[in-house]
Design a protein around this ligand. Structure first.
Ligand SMILES: NC(=O)c1ccc[n+]([C@@H]2O[C@H](COP(=O)([O-])OP(=O)(O)OC[C@H]3O[C@@H](n4cnc5c(N)ncnc54)[C@H](OP(=O)(O)O)[C@@H]3O)[C@@H](O)[C@H]2O)c1
Length: 336
């Protein structure tokens, strides 16, 4: 969703163009087929994927990013917007294909309590890696260590010298960096990578809203330490969904991988769910809005809705989002 919430995208395929005012926003969701002229989908099928709108009924004209769900009662359908959906596939293929992990590797995950980071840390622990994550609050750091099984974690906002912090947690260096944030963090990580280390470039959330991206100074480490850094695009992996599903499902059923959900009931509560995510330090994992009887819609974070957000301030009657040339009140935000 994040990529489409920009005004300057050139018009293109409906799935890749900017959202337009007055139209329902479209994202990842779970839906039940009520009618179909596609031979692979029949009435009653449950599906998850992209192109499902924040509306009661959606007309889906492309099935490229749609996967069928073989639903069993022991797995909540909402998992297909998270651990069994896009964030799950991203975490799995980006970590295993690009990170090439092996037992004993030292793994660092930034934005570690995000929808993707929390899974990457758990995947890494499953194969015997040493895993450290960073997050933006004391509470998140505690959760990483106590609930998600990270060996250690730190609050990057309290570290004035990221290089020194990483040296503290990785005195022998980092084998795999799962990159979610970019900018200053990437620069510090480059100084701490080991020879033949791998950087799985999943995202650069610290850069998306900047007019001028930050420069990265230490790229020469890629050369000196023969590090492989590779970008990842989840849409290239949907056809391998079953491989990921067969891997992760037993771990979920055995309780060896945990997943936390935040669900708001009813489409009309979507704005409240967003407001809560604002209050909780501008986004923590995913917010799901459960509406109608069969559809879950995922909204990745406040920043994915408001890509140019500069700051938030509390007012007597709500919140104000400062987006530079634009100031939105809570009511306006719901229709943005
Ligand atoms: N390559 C792909 O195909 C693909 C697919 C999906 C997502 N992604 C990317 O993967 C990354 C993680 O996604 P996600 O769904 O796990 O994210 P998420 O659940 O939306 O979590 C985002 C978290 O990022 C942190 N954050 C926000 N602004 C930041 C900043 N300026 N600097 C550092 N951290 C910041 C916040 O956590 P703290 O409070 O801990 O700072 C926030 O809760 C994102 O960059 C996303 O764009 C890539």
């Amino acid at each position: 969703m994040r990529g489409r919430m920009r005004r300057d995208l050139p018009p293109g395929e409906p799935e890749q163009s900017s959202y337009s005012l007055g139209s329902p926003i479209v994202g990842y969701g779970v839906a039940r087929v009520v009618d179909s002229r596609h031979s692979d989908f029949k009435k009653g099928d449950l599906v998850w994927g992209r192109t499902i709108g924040w509306e009661e009924y959606s007309l889906i004209t492309t099935t490229e990013y749609l996967c069928k769900i073989n639903h069993t009662d022991d797995i909540p359908l909402s998992y297909y917007t998270g651990i069994l959906g896009m964030p799950g596939i991203t975490a799995y293929f980006c970590f295993f294909n690009i990170g090439s992990p092996k037992e004993g590797d030292r793994v660092y995950v930034s934005s570690a309590l995000g929808a993707i980071g929390q899974l990457v840390g758990q995947f890494a622990k499953l194969i015997g890696c040493y895993v450290v994550g960073s997050a933006g609050s004391k509470e998140k750091v505690e959760l990483l260590k106590t609930k998600f099984g990270f060996d250690d974690a730190f609050n990057y906002k309290e570290e004035h010298d990221l290089d020194a912090a990483l040296k503290r947690y990785f005195p022998e260096g980092i084998d795999i960096y799962f990159e979610n944030v970019g900018g200053k963090m990437l620069d510090a990580v480059l100084l701490n990578m080991r020879h033949h280390g791998r950087i799985a470039l999943c995202g650069m959330i610290s850069q998306y809203n900047l007019e001028q991206p930050e420069s990265v100074q230490n790229l020469i480490a890629l050369l000196y330490k023969q590090i492989r850094m590779e970008g990842f695009g989840v849409t290239e992996y949907y056809d391998q969904y079953s491989k990921f599903f067969d891997f992760v499902l037993p771990y979920i059923k055995e309780g060896k991988i945990v997943y936390v959900e935040d669900i708001a009931e009813g489409l009309e509560t979507g704005n409240i769910a967003l407001k809560e995510s604002i209050c909780f330090a501008a986004g923590n994992g995913t917010v799901r809005v459960h509406f109608w009887s069969d559809i879950w819609v995922e909204n990745q974070s406040l920043r994915s809705l408001f890509p140019r957000l500069l700051s938030l301030s509390s007012k007597k009657d709500g919140w104000i989002a400062d987006m530079g040339d634009l100031e939105l009140t809570m009511e306006e935000r719901t229709s943005y």
